[in-house]
Design a protein around this ligand. Structure first.
Ligand SMILES: Cc1cc2nc3c(=O)[nH]c(=O)nc-3n(C[C@H](O)[C@H](O)[C@H](O)COP(=O)(O)OP(=O)(O)OC[C@H]3O[C@@H](n4cnc5c(N)ncnc54)[C@H](O)[C@@H]3O)c2cc1C
Length: 399
């Protein structure tokens, strides 16, 4: 590694970047992580599907946060559109496909803390608490320059900086997509009735309203609204908001108490034209942004981290240049990311559309899922274990 700071430099200390850093450093790859000092903690939760939980377990992260996670044993989809064509309620039980749970829901602040705790245990991981301000990719190496003046050279840079990725811009990769006329409001709630480890997704004409279990009698809520509604809703007191949430959830969880830390996230669908070019690879939301429907976003990001981890560790062990695998990485991630994007986008647009045939197709699809057991089970298996991508970490195997 003459002249290099590390074999790999990762920019961005969100869940995708931290997971990639842990995957590499725990397999002995010298890794530098450039991560901004945390400002406010992320108010969201993440429903992590089975493969993600296995990967975090294999990386020694899950033991640091499993106590704060709640199992997702069932998912209900309820058509709450009050339209002419409505779908039946569909109920997915993990036991139908031989699983104890589809996955676990955890507050992002606990997930990040667990990742940080594991990262601190790894001697091959150097953490630079700073902001990357420039990325320069050359034939033999890539250099990341930081705000306080340090420069880090490596064979490969992994961009994990979220939607506005510096690495992506430096590699000349375009982001394609569009914004939706939707904002996701996020809340954590206490409630008087148990959730029975069941996530309830109400489909409304402006988007989903999804209650996801947290430990004990608590749940997280992703409440998708028209951006024009945000101002009116954000001035509601906690008691007024609790009453509004109870009304919109048809009191299925009883009396609601809204906790502190609300969030608001404008929604978009965006995909990078390539997931890697030259000596730069992109993971997580630096590579793809999708709407929060069916808990796919971070699960995709963790599969990115697991895949780049597997490729880099393999090349490192074989004595190959780890910066020469970005074409292969792009090829390996495209089908998974594209299929999730298309499915989530179609479902979201079918909710928003007033076009009767599209509403009819959506209702017919949900009707068939409800009635045809093998179809329902195939969709559940694909949701949890995508055919297009099962990197080793997602199967619980160490790198
Ligand atoms: C309302 C909502 C609910 C969601 N729920 C789920 C769910 O249940 N399950 C699921 O799988 N997904 C979910 N998602 C998606 C999930 O939250 C994202 O996919 C995930 O947070 C993206 O993680 P990331 O690490 O790629 O990016 P981020 O979390 O955006 O992290 C990027 C990090 O990089 C840092 N950074 C940026 N630029 C620089 C720089 N120049 N130098 C240094 N650091 C930099 C940032 O400060 C940040 O810490 C949800 C999304 C939303 C909006």
């Amino acid at each position: 590694m003459s002249g290099l700071t590390a074999e790999v430099v990762i920019v961005g200390g969100g869940p995708a970047g931290l997971t990639a850093a842990i995957a590499l450093a725990s397999a002995g790859v010298e890794t530098a992580l450039v991560a901004r000092a945390p400002t406010a903690s992320d108010p969201r939760t993440s429903a992590l599907l089975e493969g993600s939980v296995k990967a975090l377990d294999a990386l020694g992260v899950w033991q640091h946060c499993r106590q704060q996670a709640a199992p997702l044993r069932a998912i209900r989809i309820i058509d709450d559109t009050a339209r002419l064509v409505r779908a039946p309620e569909v109920y997915f039980a993990a036991s139908e496909i031989g699983l104890d749970a589809f996955g676990y829901n955890i507050e992002n602040r606990f997930l990040i803390a667990a990742l940080e705790a594991r990262a601190r245990e790894l001697s091959a991981l150097a953490r630079i608490e700073d902001e990357a301000v420039a990325v320069e990719s050359a034939d033999e190496q890539v250099t990341v320059r930081c705000g306080r003046g340090s420069a880090l050279s490596a064979r490969l840079a992994i961009g994990a900086e979220g939607r506005r990725s510096l690495c992506r811009a430096a590699a000349g990769i375009d982001m394609r997509g569009r914004t939706y006329a939707q904002t996701a409001l996020t809340f954590n709630l206490g409630h008087s009735r148990p959730h029975h480890d069941t996530s309830s997704e109400f489909h409304t004409a402006v988007g989903p309203f999804t209650l996801v279990p947290l430990p004990h009698k608590r749940s997280s809520l992703v409440f998708v609204v028209d951006p024009a509604e945000v101002a009116d809703l954000s001035i509601l007191s906690n008691a007024e908001m609790a009453a509004e949430i109870e009304r919109r959830s048809h009191s299925i969880l009883g009396k609601i108490e809204v906790e502190a830390h609300r969030g608001a996230f404008p929604l978009a669908v965006e995909t990078a034209a390539r997931f890697g070019a030259g000596r730069v690879a992109l993971i997580g939301e630096a590579a793809h942004v999708i709407a929060p429907i069916g808990a796919q976003g971070l699960n995709l990001g963790l599969r990115d981290a697991a895949t780049i981890g597997e490729l880099v560790v393999g090349a490192h062990r074989d004595g190959h240049d780890v910066g020469k695998l970005t074409d292969r990485y792009d090829h390996m991630r495209r089908a998974d990311a594209t299929s999730r994007k298309l499915a989530v986008d179609l479902l979201n647009r079918s909710l928003l559309s007033d076009f009767l045939p599209l509403q009819g197709a959506r209702a017919a699809g949900l009707f068939m899922m409800d009635r045809i057991g093998p179809l329902r089970r195939a969709i559940m298996r694909e949701g949890v274990t995508p055919w297009a991508s099962q990197p080793r970490l997602m199967r619980g195997e160490a790198l």
